[in-house]
Design a protein around this ligand. Sequence first.
Ligand code: NAD
Ligand code: MG
Length: 394
Amino acid sequence: MQRITILGATGSIGVSTLDVLARHPDRYSVYALSAHSRVEELAAQCAQFKPARAVVGTAEAAARLQELLRAQGLRTEVEYGEAALCAIAGAAETDTVMAAIVGAAGLAPTLAAARAGKKVLLANKEALVMSGQLFMDAVRDHGATLLPIDSEHNAIFQCLPHGYGRVPAAAGVTKILLTASGGPFLKRDVASLEQVTPDEACKHPKWVMGRKISVDSATMMNKGLEVIEAHWLFGTPAEQIEVVIHPQSVIHSMVSYNDGSVLAELGNPDMRTPIAHALAYPERIASGVAQLDIAQIGTLQFERPDFNRFPCLALAFDALRAGGTAPALLNAANEAAVAAFLDLRIGFRQIDRVIAHVMDTLPHGAADSIAQVMAQDAAARAAAERVIAGLTKP
Ligand code: NAD
Ligand code: MG
């Protein structure tokens, strides 16, 4: 029986994870769940999965959750705050941690899981982007197992030679081909992007996701973060990572080998596939995802990304090449800019301008400690807020 902690249980990935777990009560039990503010949803999950512990963001949310659980006669222990998140991630009573908090808030608990040597199922790409080397060192030094949940990285993992680790030279891998749907604005007139609304940006053609990652998909910053994520997960240099637009999202990514072979993982776009893969690895379990009917899909298309339409993708490649804390700056500026866009404080095309300004003006340095990374994260957020305050929404 694997005992699971889900960080970010009420989010899109958290809900999909619980859906898969519910199909296999003989294999998995839920040790702990966390949510930031959606207390009612968390209470309903506690009623169904009976975790020993539940963590929320604030004392008020904890009091409310406690009340809801007591009313149902549930004995789940309720806690709040970052230290409690780290505690449920590193607890001796859990084997596997699904890291599905969105953004930098997930870094400390995800790192706590790695440091406790857990099996870490990584959805929270921002944590790895911010602290790549430190995070991978923690995984290695503490004997943790890291399995990618991001569909592209899970696909790449499946297309690499069996067994996890940095890809050895003898494996003959020449390139990682990261596929991207292109998001909702792939074909839209570039000039009109100044005016798009948060709801238009969040209407992803293929995937249903949280609002932050949906905006990232519309700017293609999501793919940029995934390039950096692939670099750390697989040890691949920037020159060997290519982004390919593939609007059908049926191929979830590919790996090219020196003999001319290209391996791909295909499936219907549903996150329960990578979640089930990582949960059961190296075995396979049913995920609830319908089998792909390739003949019914008929056509698969590919094209190169247009960096003028998607400047965030170029900014991410620049940050990866710059190294050190540059990816942490990029990530923090992006989180601040996306939040401002979702709050109707800036326009869609101002997201990339805010990030570019922060990257141009803030010096990046060595990322030798989490304290340095967090200091750069805070500096980038403050710098982004100053830029945002000076902008007029179109
Ligand atoms: P979401 O917004 O739907 O859910 C986020 C979860 O994090 C919620 O449970 C929320 O309560 C929690 N949370 C938010 N802010 C928090 C904070 N400050 N402290 C603690 N908890 C907090 O997001 P999502 O779409 O499920 O994405 C989660 C992560 O998975 C992101 O890093 C995203 O990039 C990644 N991811 C998501 C998908 C997808 O299909 N949704 C695919 C690949 C990767
Ligand atoms: Mg992805």
